[in-house]
Design a protein around this ligand. Structure first.
Ligand SMILES: [Zn+2]
Ligand SMILES: [Zn+2]
Length: 228
């Protein structure tokens, strides 16, 4: 009876391995699984965040500068991090957002700092069946913790597109071309913006969003949890 009265907001087993959460500092996942969630500390391109063996800037960024000033990911899209992103994205466990927001905060502390005017989540497709905007929910938490303003309705998606995962490189670019728009350009002119997404694959989403934000006069930085 006591257990049914005591409504736990969080389950008491690890969402990844199923072990019982017995330590008071454990939330959603156990400490063993949490230890596998670590920042990938290796050399990367100072512009696009691509992991490179040596040097400061990768070959691609030397040839053509992206629309963002800097992009970086927390780690590779694999293992525990990938599992958590998928569990969260498909709405199986909303509480995972607390954990993921801490990873973004950790990455901000390490590589970006907190000197931004606005935090902007990558917009979702209007025709998506699920109403839940998983990136927005995380950025809300990051905004709360850092005090940096969230701007969620200025960058919008104006074109319904196929999920990027179903397409290859060139088609991805075509798919998202002119898919995004800034509603109020004045609001972000000369502002420093941090753009959020979960996975950086070919980077098309981040690039297209950055392009629109830059066109409006903003300085764009982009942050993702993982790089595929
Ligand atoms: Zn576990
Ligand atoms: Zn690069």
């Amino acid at each position: 009876l006591k257990k049914s009265i005591n409504l736990n907001i969080f389950d008491d087993t690890c969402v990844l391995c199923g072990v019982e959460l017995v330590n008071s500092n454990e939330r959603v996942i156990c400490n063993n699984c949490k230890n596998l969630l670590s920042y990938k500390n290796s050399n990367k391109c100072k512009v696009c965040g691509l992991y490179i063996e040596n040097g400061d800037i990768c070959g691609n960024c030397m040839i053509k500068k992206p629309y963002f000033i800097k992009h970086s990911s927390y780690a590779d899209y694999e293992g525990v991090l990938k599992e958590l992103i998928l569990i969260y994205k498909y709405g199986e466990k909303e509480e995972v957002k607390y954990l993921l927001s801490d990873l973004y905060l950790d990455l901000m502390k390490r590589e970006f700092g907190f000197d931004f005017d606005y935090l902007i989540p990558v917009p979702m497709d209007k025709n998506r069946k699920r109403g839940f905007n998983h990136i927005l929910e995380i950025v809300k938490l990051v905004s709360k913790k850092t005090g940096i303003k969230l701007l969620s309705s200025n960058l919008i998606k104006i074109k319904s597109t196929k999920p990027q995962v179903e397409l290859d490189g060139k088609k991805r670019l075509k798919n998202l071309n002119n898919a995004f728009k800034v509603k109020n350009k004045k609001k972000i002119k000369d502002k420093k913006i941090l753009l959020f997404d979960d996975v950086f694959t070919t980077g098309t989403t981040i690039l297209q969003c950055s392009k629109e934000l830059k066109k409006a006069g903003a300085d764009v930085f982009a942050i993702t949890l993982s790089r595929a």
